[in-house]
Design a protein around this ligand. Structure first.
Ligand code: PGA
Length: 253
């Protein structure tokens, strides 16, 4: 089944008011590629201004708290993201799993909170270099997935999985196409096992040093239904060629 590709930018801790011009440039240029879903996950404090600046374009958060409200200093709920104009959120990015010590169980709770509130959720998984070199990348990522996937989808396909090998993030290193294909096929099989037909409709994104120079090849890999892009999403000049490559690709079968 060919799924519509999703290319989501993750701005991480980058972006000030002046960069809203770049959000606008990306949103405007994305209109030329209706065959691709394009989104930008910006710092929380920019969400409302970004969403106002580009009505109809998908703006997202980079994290969400698993509870609806309460005494959680510094955290943001799904309702707050929606209220600010976000339509999606990332959960379980490896930088949060590492620096904020987020467990699979927490990531699962965040994914469930986001989906329940009506956000689209991009759930990240990925192995360390040591795990890859030890030859246990697939089993490690599947175990992460087992611990982090929401209990049910409620018949919807608003969940996307982002496979992001930690050693490929921001390093310029990318796994071989064969390794990406193997991992994405394993993730697909596990999603179908868990969610039946709905699992076949969930997009599996690749993330980690996606650039204009490698996007074509990556989007040609079976079961790669899009990309989560960090560094190359900050400027329209870098990001749009990636969106264009997704529009040109054959789709996954
Ligand atoms: P990168 O980041 O594209 O800069 O490697 C990807 C990510 O962390 O989502």
């Amino acid at each position: 089944m060919a799924l519509k590709k999703l290319v989501a930018g993750n701005w991480k801790m980058h972006g000030l008011s002046a960069d809203l011009a770049e959000v606008k440039a990306i949103a405007d240029a994305s209109r030329n590629f209706p065959a691709v879903d394009v989104a930008l996950c910006v710092p929380a404090i920019l969400i409302e201004r970004a969403a106002r600046a580009v009505p109809g374009f998908a703006i997202g958060g980079q994290d969400v708290h698993h509870q609806e409200q309460g005494a959680h200093t510094g955290n943001i709920s799904a309702a707050m993201l929606l209220d600010a104009g976000a339509v999606l959120t990332i959960v379980g990015h490896s930088e949060r799993r590492d620096a904020q010590r987020e467990s699979d169980a927490e990531v699962k709770a965040k994914a469930e909170a986001g989906l329940t509130a009506g956000l689209q959720v991009i759930l990240c998984v990925g192995e360390s270099l040591a795990v890859r070199e030890a030859g246990s990348a697939v089993e490690t990522v599947l175990a992460q997935l087992d611990g982090s996937l929401p209990g049910s989808l409620g018949g919807k396909t608003e969940l996307a999985i982002a496979y992001e090998p930690i050693w490929a993030i921001g390093t310029g290193r990318v796994p071989t196409s064969r390794d990406i294909a193997e991992m994405h096929a394993a993730i697909r099989a596990r999603l179908v096992e868990r969610f039946g037909e709905d699992g076949a409709g969930l997009r599996i994104l690749y993330g980690g040093s996606v650039k204009p120079s490698n996007a074509n090849e990556i989007f040609g890999i079976p079961n790669v239904d899009g990309a989560l892009v960090g560094g190359a999403s900050l400027k329209a000049a870098d990001f749009m060629p990636i969106v264009e490559a997704a529009a040109d690709g054959p789709g996954s079968f």
